[in-house]
Every structure is written in C-alpha cells, then in structure tokens.
Write a protein that binds this ligand. Structure first.
Ligand code: ZN
Ligand code: ZN
Length: 591
C-alpha cells in the first residue's frame, strides 16, 4: 500500500501547487510559457473576439462594440473562420505541456472553443437550417434595460446598431436553405416577439430622453425600417413554412443524427465520455431511481393511505404517493414570500454544516421577475458578468399572476413543500448563485467567457443531492422521494435527448416515458417534446455534469480517505471558474 499512498501524497502536492497558483498574482508563479500564453490570449485577444461578436460582448457586459450589428453574410462568416484559424495556429505554437496546470486548462478550453467554432461554421451549418438563429432583439433589449450608462448614451448606441437591421434580415433570407419546420416555426414565433423591443416602450423612452430633434428624426426612420424588415422576415418565413408543409420545399429533419450529435456532444459537454456512454448510464440510473422510489413509496404508503391497499404496479404506487405529497404546497399568493423566507435557512444550513463558504458582501436579492423577462413561470438567477462584478445579483421569481387557476395549481403541485426548497438549492444556495460568485472571483477570463454549461448545471444538480445528504429536510422519506422525482427528470432529459436525436424516438415514446415513468404532467411532457425538437445536447448537460462531479468526489474520497474534507473539496472545485469537470479533475489531481 506504500506505493499508492506515495502516489496520493504526490497528488496532494500537485493539488496544492494548483491552489497556490490560483491565489497568487498571475505573473509571480508563471512559467515563461504562461507569460507567452497570457500575452497572446489576454485582453487583445478578447477585444478582437468582441469586435467580431458584439452581441455576445453585450451579453457579457462589454460595450465597446455595442454600436455595431454584424450582418451575418458570407463575408462575416469568412472573417470569423479566418480569425479562428489564425488563433488556432497561434495557440498550437504554445506547448501546453510547458504551461502550469491552471493555464493549461485555459489552453485546452480555447483549443476546444476554436475547433467547435470551425465545426459549427463548416459542418453543423445551423446558420443555414435554423432560421431562429436570426433575431436582433436581445442585445437591443439589453441596451434599453441595463443601466450601464446614461439613457442618452445607450439610446445613441441603439441608434447606431439599428442602421444594419434591414441588411441583417436580408442576409438571413439569403442564408436560409433547407430549414427544419420546427426551427422555422420557432423563428416566426420569436421574431414576432422581437417586435415588442421596438415598440411603444422604446418610443416612450426616446420621448422622455434628452436626445436632439435631429437624432429623434433619424431614430424614427431607422425604427420604421427595422420594424418593416422584421415583419418582412416573419412573412417570408410563413410563406416558406407553407412550402415546407406541402413538400414544395424539402424540410430537413430536426433530428441531428448520430454523427453530428456525437461531435456536438464532444464540443459542448467536454466530459471526455461519449454521448452513447452517458445515455447508457442514464438508462441504468433511471432504474436505480425507480427502485429507490418504490421502496420510499412503500414506506410512506400506510402513512398517507391508511385504509387502502397499495396497487400492484410499482409505478402506480409511486405516482399515487407523489400525487398525495404534491397536495401540500404554498398558496399561490405566498410564493415569493416563501422563497424569501427559505433563503436565510439555506444560508444558515450551509454555513453551520461546513459545506461551502458564502460571501456576505454579495447579498442575493429576491424579486419578481421584471416584466420583459417573463417567459415561463419559474425562478432564475441573474448574476453580473465578468466585466461588471460589482453589479447586483438577483433571484428572479415569476409570480403566477398570469396563469389560469388550473396552470397555477399544476405549477404549485410540482413545486410542493418538498420541491420548492430543492428549486431554491438549485438556483440559489448553494447552487447557481454561489457557483457564479466563485466563478467571478476566478482570475481567468477564458474560463468565465467560455464557461462549460455541463459544469455549471452539474454543480447546481449536485448540490441538491449534497444538501439532502447533509440532512437538510430532516432526512425524511418524503423529501427523498420528491427529490428523486426531480432527479429523474434530469436523467430522463439525457435519455430523451439522445433517444430523439440519435435513435429516432417518437413523440409518443417521449410522452410515455415522461408521464408514466417520470411522473410528469401531460403539459410538462409536451413542453419537453417541443424543447427537444428545437435544441440538441443541452438537455444532457445537467446529468452529465452531475455524474462527473459525483465521480470526481468519489475518486478523491477514495484516494484521500479520512483526510477528505467536503468543504475544501467544494471550494477548490469552484475556484477554477466554469471549466469543464474533466479539466477541473486534472487540476485537482484526481486519478
Ligand atoms: Zn393545491
Ligand atoms: Zn440550472
């Protein structure tokens, strides 16, 4: 055993080096190659990136090029491709083996990013078959709602970028060829919605501003032209959709197919595992969860149904106990108050149980989701980006005001007294909110900007289980049963994403999986079907990240034995920013 413990010591030493690097100023511990990397892929690199992608820059709080709207034509794509090739060769001139571990992680993430961009432009070619890739609304909406500068300055930026809207949609029409019907209809829906950003609210903002008369008149002209070109794009898509329906134009299948899916999975998820292996793991996990849920339901049955014999079918037994528990939920009008009340409990629990250190200087404000951000009922974290770390973090909760009594009741049953805390754990403490604060403290812009979605979602999903393991919720069978239902959703998301895009799973198969084996409502299952026809791979990010973090924790527990410290594990894990779990695993020196 001496050999393996010497190995473990070496690993700890390597881990320690990584931690020291994280907390030292970049230059002091840098190798010469680190410095070369930082020169090549530092501020200048990002400035060029934002110049080519001003929309993405705005979303990250970088406004230098916010007045530009890039027309998505052949020339713009060629420029991106050429720049990507140049960056790739510059990156490959740096030997990653000579970089210190944390910088090597940046190297690996950039390498993946460049390869992914190249592949998306030349092979995936969604710019051709996805008409919903074209929509000007979001960056414009951010310019009017985010108060990063005085209103007049933001309106002038808005006015500049407005000029290219007609050319933008002309290029969109030229690009679209052989689209899927699903993305065509999505594009119609979303571009109709885009008109709201150029509507009465904007007119009122302009009217109330100090813009000069001449500026207002240019604004009026450009707004008229912009609205007309969006309406024209929608009408053009509606005509196209008719031709796709009749077969006059051949529609592409929304199913990605095995080859494209495998590559997209490799680029987006970066788990080092194949999509197929994750799918197999999800199938096995579904069975494990259902077995556990059957045991829990049997345990709870006499308490909730003292006078009824349990049905023979385990899915029926589980479903009936879940339905019974779902009756216990907050009143519609008390939703936001209940969320506000739970957060301090979660904070206290996390601190008292030594799970992760919270930052008292970054308070979380719970608020009703602002009107323009309300899409679907739910909750989400709105956190400042890397260029604006001082900004306020919000926990947006959408009130159920707009829902019919039936829809509201269905939502409340889903987020019942055992589920609502899990939602708060996932979104806020110690889930997304805590992870994002740690990510913004990470000195690596590369890891912030090219953040890995599977790591981010995986962390939030991991914390749900970790909190229950720590005893949160009183270790009650009810809490574990409802949690298992929630976790089953994550597992099924992976099954159906791969199933639909690679294995040709039908809508009926998906509905049956979700309503019978995952205890979801018809509505939720129908929404999920819609989502999987419009996206690919993203639905697997939750389970893939969660599974990878659990694996990492187990490996470290095995090698560190009694020395393993959960809080230290969490904080070290979070200290690397939004790097893929595979990369964090290397940095933490896990076997
Ligand atoms: Zn009810
Ligand atoms: Zn999430």
């Amino acid at each position: 055993m001496t050999g393996s413990s010497a190995f473990a010591t070496l690993l700890r030493a390597l881990t320690l080096v990584a931690v020291i690097l994280m907390h030292s100023t970049p230059s002091s511990a840098d190798t010469a190659t680190d410095s070369a990397f930082r020169r090549q892929f530092g501020d200048g690199f990002f400035d060029r990136l934002w110049q080519l992608n001003p929309d993405w820059a705005i979303a990250n709080g970088y406004y230098k090029y916010a007045d530009r709207l890039v027309v998505p034509d052949d020339r713009a794509r060629a420029a991106r491709l050429e720049q990507t090739e140049r960056w790739t060769s510059e990156l490959h001139r740096i030997d990653p083996k000579k970089l210190s571990p944390n910088v090597r992680a940046d190297w690996e993430m950039l390498d993946n990013e460049f390869a992914s961009t190249r592949w998306a432009l030349t092979e995936l070619r969604a710019w051709q078959w996805n008409p919903a890739a074209y929509n000007v609304a979001d960056p414009f909406a951010l310019l009017t709602t985010l108060e990063y500068a005085p209103l007049e300055e933001r309106l002038r930026t808005f006015l500049e970028r407005l000029e290219n809207v007609p050319a933008y949609y002309a290029a969109a029409k030229a690009n679209v060829a052989n689209p899927t019907r699903e993305h065509t209809r999505l594009a119609i829906e979303q571009n109709r919605g885009a008109l709201a950003v150029f509507g009465a609210e904007l007119d009122a903002q302009i009217a109330g501003s100090k813009l000069a008369a001449a500026e207002r008149s240019v604004f009026k002209q450009r707004l008229t032209a912009a609205r007309a070109s969006i309406e024209d794009y929608v009408a053009w898509l509606e005509a196209l959709d008719g031709k796709l329906a009749s077969g006059e134009v051949q529609a592409r299948s929304f199913r990605l197919g095995r080859e494209l899916y495998a590559k997209k999975f490799a680029f987006d998820i970066q788990s080092g595992d194949t999509a197929e292996a994750l799918y197999e793991r999800a199938l096995a996990e579904k069975e494990t969860l259902l077995s556990r849920m059957a045991l829990l339901s049997d345990l709870l049955w006499p308490k909730y149904f003292p006078n009824a014999a349990p049905p023979d079918d385990r899915l029926d037994r589980i479903g009936q106990v879940i339905a019974k528990l779902s009756e216990q939920h907050v009143a519609r009008e008390n939703l936001i108050a209940a969320v506000k009340q739970q957060l301090p409990d979660l904070e206290r629990w996390v601190s008292e149980h030594d799970l992760v250190t919270l930052d008292p200087t970054k308070p979380l404000t719970v608020r009703e989701t602002p009107a323009h951000q309300r899409g679907i009922a739910g909750a989400s974290i709105e956190a400042p980006g890397p260029y604006d770390p001082g900004a306020q973090t919000y926990y947006n909760v959408t009130p159920l005001d707009d829902l019919s009594p039936e829809r509201a009741e269905s939502w409340l049953r889903e987020y019942n007294d055992w589920m609502l805390p899990i939602l708060n754990i996932h979104e806020a403490i110690p889930g997304h909110y805590v992870q994002l604060i740690y990510a913004n403290k990470s000195p690596s812009l590369v890891k912030n900007i090219f953040g890995n979605g599977a790591m981010i979602e995986g962390w939030a999903v991991y914390t749900e289980r970790m909190m229950l393991e720590s005893g949160y919720g009183g270790s009650k069978a009810e809490a574990w049963l409802i949690y298992s239902k929630w976790n089953l959703r994550t597992v099924c998301n992976t099954i159906l994403d791969y199933g639909v895009h690679v294995l040709g799973m039908s809508e009926a198969d998906v509905m049956s999986l979700l309503t019978h084996e995952a205890f979801q409502t018809e509505q939720e299952a129908a929404d999920k079907w819609k989502r999987v026809t419009r996206t690919s791979v993203q639905l697997t990010s939750y389970f893939s990240g969660y599974a990878a973090i659990l694996d990492l924790r187990e490996r470290l527990q095995r090698t560190q034995g009694a020395k393993f410290d959960l809080k230290r594990f969490h904080e070290q894990f979070l200290s690397y920013g939004n790097a893929p779990v595979k990369v964090i695993r290397e940095l933490m020196g896990a076997p």
